[in-house]
Design a protein around this ligand. Structure first.
Ligand code: ATP
Ligand code: MG
Length: 361
């Protein structure tokens, strides 16, 4: 409850004192999680200069800090979830203590940098895979989040799969088949831009789609059963080294309206506007209800959901980077150590290479 009070207070722009002592003065560099706390006095040119110097050497975000930051977004298993205006828990406009996009810039850059570092170790270790599942209503910013959050990661270590309306071939298989085919391999990060959750979201809002799925016999309790099947599948994946990170970008209906209007008014954004999206908007309440049930039923210890505030795109990106980074920090991948025999062989080769150089000189 205290966490929620803080969460709501932040959402309304009220500033509560930091109870958690996250601030780390004297740690060297700018504390990226508290830009305001260390903002230079605008009257002092010298101070401003210092801050700029420090900006190039910001402090890495610690795992303990991250855990506290993302705690309000995590859905507890079987929690009753309410979205929308009367939600006590999840406000799409939440932005922690960051006020503007610029405030959050340094923190995002730091998160992106750390993601790159961890991904390099994840690839070298080649034991775990990270599967990021992105779900949202239209115009919530899935694409921009992928673009920004993964900008520091080696492209060879990431795969992104957008899932659209299933093809005729896909419909000839069980509903999880096409998602299984696109799972990331060990050592890499896979992003599902939409995912198997569409099977209990869009298909639930439009149950006539079930008619295309060639299902055997009468499907009683189909949604409950699909929740169970999805949980079972995810548990199997988690047990076998796939770390699952589930993000629901939580956009408000008013902000979606604003973004749709932008897409209509700005010629360069016209291509993003889809008439079908406007039709889905008319089913907003049905989707919100479907999401509430999904979040309740499929947030598990091994694959928890995170409700990411998405009315400020820059905050959604920052929060997504924190949540993915937290998963990588949990894995804590290590560069593999070579065995003594291989090491001895390496040193032998080194000697030969050095001798080659001496010979040339
Ligand atoms: P963007 O609009 O930014 O390109 P998008 O994810 O909305 O991203 P679209 O091509 O507009 O991509 O939409 C994909 C559509 O496919 C969505 O309406 C989604 O609900 C639908 N879809 C995805 N999976 C399924 C599924 N299993 N069954 C039915 N429809 C699905
Ligand atoms: Mg779309």
């Amino acid at each position: 409850p205290v966490e929620h009070q803080r969460h709501r207070a932040h959402c309304r722009g009220t500033r509560l004192p930091h109870k958690d002592g996250l601030q780390r003065p004297g740690a060297g560099g700018v504390d990226v999680l508290h830009p305001r706390a260390q903002a230079p006095d605008p009257s002092s040119v010298a101070l401003r200069h210092d801050a700029q110097m420090e900006n190039t050497a910001s402090t890495p975000v610690s795992h303990a800090d991250l855990r506290k930051r993302i705690a309000p977004f995590r859905v507890k298993p079987r929690a009753v979830v309410r979205l929308g205006d009367d939600s006590k828990d999840f406000d799409p406009g939440y932005r922690d203590q960051f006020v503007t996009r610029a405030d959050a810039g340094l923190a995002l850059a730091e998160g992106v940098r750390q993601l790159g570092e961890y991904q390099a170790r994840l690839a070298a270790q080649s034991t775990y895979a990270v599967l990021v599942i992105l779900q949202a209503m239209d115009a919530a910013g899935k694409d921009g989040t992928i673009k920004h959050v993964l900008s520091g990661v080696n492209p060879q270590g990431v795969t992104v799969h957008p899932f659209k309306v299933p093809s005729l071939i896909e419909l000839q298989h069980d509903y999880l088949w096409r998602y299984q085919l696109q799972l990331p391999e060990r050592g890499s990060i896979g992003i599902f831009n939409r995912s198997h959750y569409e099977e209990v979201l869009v298909v639930r809002v439009h149950p006539e789609l079930l008619g295309n799925e060639h299902l055997p016999g009468a499907q009683t309790d189909i949604w409950k059963r699909r929740f169970r099947e999805i949980n079972d599948w995810e548990r199997y994946l988690a047990d076998n080294g796939v770390r699952i990170v589930k993000l629901f970008l939580n956009l408000s209906k008013q902000e979606q309206r604003r973004r749709f209007l932008d897409r209509i008014d700005e010629p360069d954004k016209n291509w993003k506007f889809n008439v079908a999206d406007a039709l889905e908007r008319e089913r907003w309440d049905d989707y919100q209800h479907a999401y509430e049930e999904v979040l309740s039923a499929t947030s598990t210890k091994y694959a928890p959901w995170h409700v990411v505030p998405a009315d400020h795109k820059w905050f959604a990106r920052l929060a997504a980077s924190w949540i993915i980074l937290d998963a990588l920090m949990d894995i804590d991948p290590k560069y593999p150590k070579v065995d003594p025999q291989t090491r001895a062989k390496m040193l032998e080769i080194k000697e030969r290479l050095l001798a080659e150089g001496r010979h040339r000189e």
